[in-house]
Design a protein around this ligand. Structure first.
Ligand code: NDP
Length: 282
């Protein structure tokens, strides 16, 4: 039997419609949420992500400003821009599209963004708040995953959850959010022994690795919920996830497609965070 498809495109469309209404109400109160997006260099994937974020802002009615800087931008120039945006009253959210060119210090740039405008929730203050469970913003991709799981009516409490990947932007916060919802969480990474065996224990399996189709059908417990965060561009330009979708959908109970699964949820959560930032700034 084929798995239920968790349609991130549909859920995110609904979320964006709700936000559009919320923004219309805020505008009547004289509040217009504003997002600044910084992009450094000309990475084609980053350009697509930034364009999608701008399109979502336009749809919802969020004011957006793009700061496209050349690849040779210095650390000082970038920090000066962040400082300017931190003080700009019509900007409530600041997003610096990652990865930055190698000569720039990502950690320092993230730390320079005001935690109140940190709509990616990457600033150490926000990361700490998430750890404690008392937060203003949640990181967009893991929060989007949680929303998708909740929308499908999937219970997390008491379930075996396995997260493959331990990056600061996806794997680690994803594990923390599942833990907040009372999952029993295991985190896997490149040094994990017997990855297949650990994955097969999962009632909820989240793959955030960046290796095309690493998770095979025989690594999935029958009936499991499989969330594929991966977005990998093959040499023939085809976009695939970290899960072998065709094989996995025959074993899983529910699964996210790539594209159309987690990706749209990430953008919807960014929009939600921006509206929230504007609300709490008042
Ligand atoms: P990173 O490269 O930062 O992290 C990858 C993680 O996977 C690391 O923890 C690494 O382990 C682990 N890993 C690598 N190879 C293996 C392996 N063979 N077995 C087990 N673990 C392994 O990636 P990100 O977290 O930034 O992104 C992961 C994927 O998600 C990418 O495809 C990215 O494009 C996608 N992504 C999608 C988003 C969306 O909106 N849908 C948003 C963000 C990312 P170690 O720590 O030991 O090196």
């Amino acid at each position: 039997m084929s798995a239920k498809i968790l349609d991130g495109k549909a859920v995110s469309a609904r979320l964006k419609d709700e936000l559009k209404e919320e923004v219309a109400t805020l505008k009547q109160q004289g509040i217009q949420p504003g997002l600044a997006v910084i992009i450094v260099g000309d990475d084609p994937a980053s350009r697509i992500y930034v364009n999608n974020k701008k399109k979502a802002c336009e749809y919802i009615g969020i004011h957006s400003e793009e700061y496209a800087l050349p690849a040779e931008t210095t650390q000082e120039e970038l920090l000066a821009l962040v400082d300017k945006l931190n003080h700009k009253a019509d900007i409530h959210g600041i997003l610096c599209q990652l990865p930055l060119p190698k000569h720039l210090d990502e950690e320092a740039v993230i730390a320079a963004i005001s935690p109140k405008k940190d709509v990616d929730a990457f600033h150490p203050v926000n990361v700490g708040k998430i750890m404690i469970g008392n937060f203003d913003f949640l990181p967009c991709t893991p929060a989007g995953v949680m929303e998708l799981i909740a929308e499908a009516g999937i219970e997390i409490a008491g379930k075996e959850c396995v997260v493959v990947g331990r990056s600061n932007i996806v794997g680690k916060p994803q594990a923390m959010l599942l833990l907040h919802q009372h999952g029993t969480v295991t985190i896997c990474h490149s040094r994990t022994k017997n990855l297949a065996e650990v994955c097969r224990r999962a009632d909820i399996l989240v793959a955030a690795v960046g290796v095309p189709e690493l998770i095979k059908g025989d690594m999935i417990k029958p009936g499991a919920v499989v969330i594929d965060v991966g977005m990998n561009r093959l040499p023939d330009k085809k976009l695939v996830g970290d899960v072998d979708f065709e094989a996995a959908k025959e074993v899983a109970g529910a699964i996210t497609p790539v594209p159309g699964g987690v990706g749209p949820m990430t953008i919807a959560t960014l929009m939600k965070n921006t509206v929230r930032a504007a609300t709490i700034a008042q």
